[in-house]
Design a protein around this ligand. Sequence first.
Ligand SMILES: Nc1ncnc2c1ncn2[C@@H]1O[C@H](COP(=O)(O)OP(=O)(O)O)[C@@H](O)[C@H]1O
Ligand SMILES: [Mg+2]
Length: 640
Amino acid sequence: MSCVIPCVGDPAYACPVSSLLRIVRFTRSLAPLYTAVIVCSVLTAAAGLAVPFLIGNATDTVAGAVEGRTAAGTAVRAVVLIAAGVLIAELFSTVVSNVGGWFGDVMSNRMRTILSVRYYDKLLHLPQRWFDGEVTGTIVARLNRSITEITNFVKMMSNSFASMLITTAAVLAISAWYAWPLTLLLLIVFPVYVWLTSLTSVKWQRLEGEKNEQVDIASGRFAEVVGQIRVVKSFVRERGELEDFSRRFRSTDATTREQSSHWHRMDVIRRAFLNIIFFAIYAIIFVRTVQGAFSLGEMVLLVQLMTMAKAPVESMSFVIDSAQRAIAGSKDYFRVMETPVDPRTAAVMAARPSDAADAGHAAGTDAADEVPASAVPTAHVDPIPGAPVVAFRSVDFAYEDGEDVLHAIDFQVDRGEKIALVGESGGGKSTIVNLLLGLYEPRTGSVEVVGHPSSDLPLDQLRSRIGVVFQDASLFSGTIRENIAYGRPEASDAEVIEAARRANADAFILRFPDGYEQVIGERGLKLSGGQRQRIAVARAILKDAPVLVLDEATSALDTKAEIQVQKGLDELMDGRTSLIIAHRLSTIAEVDRIVTLRDGHIDEIGSPAELADSGGIYAQLLDLQSSGDSRRLAKFDITG
Ligand SMILES: Nc1ncnc2c1ncn2[C@@H]1O[C@H](COP(=O)(O)OP(=O)(O)O)[C@@H](O)[C@H]1O
Ligand SMILES: [Mg+2]
């Protein structure tokens, strides 16, 4: 009985028992609550077992009075006392089962907290590459289902399993005392019933997996559509999106039909088997009573006990059903939990313990993704004097196996230098920023920061050196103030306002009714593109990092706003090492050196004056600009 579902069948399915044990191990901090729930259910079961004895006793007393063996008055007193005993047992069971219910609620909520926090913790540790391949809504849907099903199962188990066990054991022992053939029959029932149920399990799980996949994909799309509803509306794609959604959900109907008919067919077989065994059991009890082996009271006792034994067998299929869901859910859950974390992120998170650690130790230290600590830099690294602030050394890089996006990239940025990256759209400019931030590792070669390979720097040290304004402003729901202060939540109001002023955002912020407390909607949707970009610039200004990276930071601004923001940026870049991906030639003209990219290769490196005459990309761009060919300029992400 320790193994509810024997490990049968398809090797593609991990042993269910080990999945379940893993959940228990994962939440072992809940052991006191599990114990409380189990103790309550054992007490409830014990109280329940008293009732058939009392009723049996009452039956004998009644029979004695009817047959005239006992005086009516004595019998009445006795049966009233027995009824009071039943009342006490049932009241006790009512109270204790409710106390158990309370523990169960608390336990399952704590469990949900642990599982959710650890999942989120894990996600935050995963490398950028993992996220590139996932759809947000799908991750969320999978998480919700997994956790609900695991939690429901554990609650049900601790609520009913212990009492089922104790009831069954007691019934077996008592029936063995009265008539061993009854015990024998009961002993046959359990294993056969479990075996029949487990036969159902493999197919059931496969179909459940298919359904979940469709639902998760639909939910992922759902979240994307809601997030980008403007695009959906503008292309009048509502009907198409709805049809796709409903097609996926409808496909689960057919799967459910197959799954359910399989389950119910099997249920007919196992229940019929149960009915036959119980036919034999009742026949034995009745015949033996007629033959005088049992008194009426004993017969009533045995009938009730057998009925009690039937309940655990029948509820076994519910336990197994919910176990199957939990196993399917825990597989999804643990598949994510087993994904190797980005060890450098893990090291940073581990060095900064938080409240989350309370709800389960950090995912980064889970046995499944142990990384040798020595491989991960955590100690502060001092800059090497005189070394370039940023250097790319023969870097080749591919997002996906096969196609390299960057080839032999080799350049450096000295302290205080301003470098511009110019190249065709899709040429790899933003990719260089991603590598610099350590979001991806080069395939060959290395990225060096302050003289050290960037992989030797703890990530927080690396990233705190770099202030970046991304191509898409990437804001959060919440207030303007929270967004500007995202990197430094402790910043004073004066600092936030100063950063906004330098980003030329102050004026428009103050026009909002709530000013800096204005709520800006998901991803800042209530702001214009230019406003979002200025908030993002203010966010980078407030971070005040020694290296500034601007990836088309002002592309969404109109010329007038851009000139103003540029003023703030120029001031910010003063004395700072900067890497600029500009979309306006006028900005590029001011830098110290330009690096031009062609098809992921470096084409030229030189000062604007040198490159203006070299006939390379920059010279061509200048020509295009003077001839007013904005269409071909746009290929280089450049406007006039
Ligand atoms: N996360 C990603 N996964 C796979 N390919 C990517 C990813 N991001 C960008 N790419 C590809 O890498 C190339 C360079 O992109 P990017 O560096 O963004 O160009 P840009 O110079 O316009 O900033 C493009 O061909 C793009 O399709
Ligand atoms: Mg780009």
